[in-house]
Design a protein around this ligand. Structure first.
Ligand code: DP6
Length: 351
């Protein structure tokens, strides 16, 4: 008998960044993100019975990605065999598992592909390592059991890649220590764009960046500043104050990239095009204080991840206007379009 599972997990874009970590991908500061939707990873896994032991085959992964995926599989397998009895589920004892995965966007270019990949892998592995994957699926969709399973999945995914822990909920997710969960917001629905300055693979991995930033003279006080900023944005989300968020997110983006630029072994993800795009938005932030702004005119929420591409978040009601504006202002670059999402889900479970 064989079992087939397909899981989908969206990427997420951090407004307050996870940058600087401890053992087990425990962040030095809380972070806050928007869960995306169309920019996602789909992981398909097939389990075939085996008399004893485990094998895992992964199509199309390079050696580094394969090693990370295999380690993650073992992590999920251990968790399942230890924890499933307390969830009323049974773990599979042995099997041959094969996996394939694809992204709807270019990997390793600052669109958090490790977030969506590890979230999708975690969910697919949890389901396929359960004897009755249909029962797992039903529990994943049930309100209370689903919440407990999402919490477990987020913790496991975090150990694979920290930002993956924010891809199980949505649209606004707060992650502190071991736990990531959605938070209340009165902000209107948003549209999200990426100005795709480059599709090139990044030269410095996020894992490496987490280490190097601690050597920057700007690291002193960074966890405290990020904590304060996360509280500020959380309060602004609750109050539905768009421009207060936009101003803080703009500052946060410059702060993270300044850490990169000033570490002892400095590095940068910026391409000339990144600065060209940022400079277009700069006048909107020129007067500094969100208090001085009329909330009726919303300034876009602009940020960058560990990559050269620029993320732009606008009210959904202004989506067409901004799409046209971005297309005309940056005719050289492809514009990716997305919206807010609800987190990882199971697309298919069949046996
Ligand atoms: C800049 O989650 O990729 O995107 O835990 O080492 O896998 P690892 O790091 P990762 O770091 C993401 C960093 C960031 C900011 C963010 O998403 O919060």
């Amino acid at each position: 008998m064989s079992v087939l599972v397909r899981a989908c997990a969206p990427s997420n874009i951090a407004l307050v960044k996870y940058m600087g970590k401890r053992e087990g991908n425990i962040p030095e500061n809380p972070s806050l993100s928007l869960t995306l939707d169309a920019l996602h990873t789909v992981v398909g896994v097939k389990r075939v019975e085996a008399a004893a032991g485990w094998t895992l085959q992964c199509a199309g992964l390079d050696a580094v990605a394969l090693e990370r995926a295999t380690k993650h599989f073992e992590r999920v397998q251990n968790a399942v065999s230890e924890l499933w009895p307390s969830f009323g589920l049974q773990a599979v004892g042995s099997a041959q598992v094969s996996m394939e995965s694809h992204n709807t966007f270019p990997a390793s270019s600052g669109i958090a592909s490790s977030a969506s990949s590890f979230a999708a892998m975690t969910l697919a592995f949890l389901a396929v390592l359960t004897k009755d994957p249909q029962l797992f699926k039903a529990m994943w969709s049930a309100p209370e059991q689903g919440r407990a399973l999402r919490r477990l999945a987020a913790r496991l995914a975090r150990q694979g890649s920290g930002s993956a822990s924010r891809s199980f909920d949505g649209p606004w997710v707060f992650w502190e220590g071991e736990d990531a969960h959605s938070i209340q917001s009165h902000l209107e629905e948003v549209a999200h764009f990426v100005v795709l300055v480059s599709r090139a693979k990044k030269a410095v991995s996020s894992s490496e960046a987490h280490q190097r930033v601690k050597t920057s003279p700007l690291w002193a006080g960074r966890p405290e500043r990020a904590l304060e900023r996360a509280s500020e944005i959380r309060a602004a989300l609750l109050a539905g104050q768009w421009n207060r968020i936009a101003v803080e997110v703009w500052r946060e983006m410059w702060e993270m990239h300044s850490l990169f630029h000033t570490s002892v072994e400095p590095f940068s993800f910026w391409e000339p095009g990144s600065l060209e795009v940022l400079k277009e938005f700069m006048p909107l932030f020129a007067d500094g204080s969100p208090g001085a702004r009329n909330e009726k005119t919303r300034i876009p929420i602009v940020t960058m991840d560990a990559g050269p591409n620029v993320h732009v978040i606008v009210p959904l009601t202004e989506k067409s206007m901004w799409q046209e504006k971005l297309r005309c202002t940056f005719p050289k670059y492809e514009i990716l379009k997305d919206g807010q999402g609800a987190g990882a889900c199971l697309l298919e479970v069949s046996s």
